[in-house]
Design a protein around this ligand. Structure first.
Ligand SMILES: [Zn+2]
Ligand SMILES: [Zn+2]
Length: 253
């Protein structure tokens, strides 16, 4: 395994397969020790089979697919956040909070008006970190309005190639639980928000009838953490847009 592989989510399945193999190899070493300690009679424990893992290379850190995944996810996140913030119930919740500023119980209402506020806060922190690391003269705006959110997304998308080439850049995020933050790579962070907001606005891609371009079977399963479909049969990755194109193409053919 080279250290030039993409650090993004495109290699998630490969990383999992490799980690499973390393665990098996450790268990095998223990089993051999035990076998030897017991006199080493008969056949030694069988060695685990090394899986054929295909790693996508990073260029240098993230591959083109992950950069594209991130760009798309950020734009979708902004759109979904706007849609969610525009819901009547949500606006009411925010107004209520602004009136009782400071008395808000921590972490409550996390599924409602709070969500977009949290997202924008994380976005601004990322923007500040990026500005510092790329030594840009950027004045991070105050406030967390929709305009600030959208402009910050555009700002990031604009610099995304440079952003995703920054070593070790992560976001500490409350995307799934306001009480328990997690540290995510930028691509995973954008995808986690996309998936959270899609669930809120009921816009999650489900099963698709598209055929897999690898094996031609209709076995594509949506992977929220990856942000694309993965073929259950051959492991081929297909983006949401590509799946839609394939359905349209087949219907028209
Ligand atoms: Zn990648
Ligand atoms: Zn397939």
């Amino acid at each position: 395994m080279s250290d030039r592989v993409c650090v993004g989510p495109c290699n998630r399945l490969a990383r999992e397969a490799w980690a499973a193999f390393l665990r098996e190899r450790e268990a095998h070493a223990d089993a051999v020790d035990k076998w030897l300690a017991e006199g080493g009679e008969g056949e030694p424990p069988p060695e685990p089979v090394m899986p054929t893992v295909e790693w996508r290379p990073g260029e240098p850190l993230h591959c083109g697919r992950c950069r594209e995944t991130c760009r798309r996810a950020l734009l979708v996140v902004d759109e979904l956040a706007a849609a969610w913030a525009a819901r009547p119930g949500v606006v009411k919740a925010q107004t209520r909070w602004s009136r009782v500023r400071g008395t808000r119980p921590h972490g409550s209402l996390s599924g409602e008006g709070d969500v977009v506020h949290t997202l924008t806060g994380e976005l601004l922190r990322l923007r500040r970190d990026v500005g510092e690391r790329l030594e840009l003269a950027d004045l991070v705006p105050a406030g967390r309005s929709g305009v600030v959110r959208s402009r910050s997304v555009s700002w990031l998308v604009d610099k995304l190639d440079a952003v995703l080439a920054l070593e070790g850049l992560t976001v500490v995020s409350a995307v799934n639980d306001p009480e328990q933050t997690v540290e995510l790579g930028v691509v995973e962070w954008a995808l986690a928000w996309e998936s959270r907001l899609r669930r809120l606005v009921d816009d999650e891609p489900g099963r698709t009838v598209a055929r897999c371009p690898g094996c031609e079977l209709r076995r594509l399963e949506w992977q929220p953490r990856a942000g694309y479909y993965v073929c259950e049969n051959c492991g081929h990755h297909v983006s949401e847009a590509e799946a839609m194109d394939r359905v349209t193409e087949e219907a028209g053919a």
